[in-house]
Ligand binder design. Sequence first.
Ligand code: F6P
Length: 327
Amino acid sequence: MGEARHIAVLTSGGDAPGMNATIRAVARCALDRDWRVSGVRDGYGGLMRGDFEELGSRSVAGILHRAGTMLGSSRAKAFREPSGRARAAQQMRDAGIDALVVIGGNGSQAGAWTFASETGLPVVGIASTIDNDLFGTEATLGVDSALHVILQAIDQLKVTASSHRRASVIEVMGRDCGYLALMAGVAGGAEAIVIPEAELPAEAIVREIRAAYDRGKSHALVVVAEGSSSNARALEAYFADRPEELGFETRVTVLGHVQRGGSPTPFDRMLGSRLGADAVAALAADEVGVLCAWKQGAVARLPLAEVVGKRKQLSKELLELGRVLAR
Ligand code: F6P
């Protein structure tokens, strides 16, 4: 490709705290090399429309500490079709853009890889999703901030649950990945952690709650991943007929999108800054078709081909640790 002179950056899929820090780093590191940078509005949707905005150093000022994405994001169905991707490639060529940085999660990186393979355009991905479900990377942008919000909610729920001697069920995001629930469950001291990777039938959850009651605990906490078959609504219905079996009265909270809106933690601001800088360095080195990720405490570049379509494995040991620590 030679040295890229005009790059574009977009954010795609669910927004994640730290995306703005990443956009800022991509823009300023590219400007530092005297490249032109365009922000793409609304993810792949904007790429197909040719909705570009030239970014200067001041355009990315004042966003480092903000959650969300200044560029906007979308889940553009039309980009899943070859015709949508061809349209996007044409828009890039028409605007004189010769490389693309995609900040996003699993689906977005799969799209990035297909786009790069079909069009030959240089693409670099940045691992970003609160779900932390991308294969090969230990942390994705936003997961630390999301966990911060979840733990705050758990701590507060435990207070009121204790006051009323209740069992509190909290459902967290993650799509079909249980990472957020597992971490929040261990760090929040849950009596039961329910994740799609290790489903727990409703009868077993009732037993855990009852055991906490019999041990004289003032409350019980159950953290469930939204992708589990025993999700919050299913458990609420199941518990309704069994007040005696449970011992505790129960309340259910579905935390929802609040998990994505917390201020980016120092870790996510640093991660975004480093991954954004690395994406520009990768383009400068002609190392394209890669995902800028986080491995063993450092930035790592992984071939997108080896990342997309694979499932991250969760630690069964951690699940067991959570069980032991909740005794
Ligand atoms: O992928 C991030 C995520 O927040 C998932 O955890 C969740 O299932 C999904 O996005 C929600 O998507 P939407 O914002 O489209 O409702």
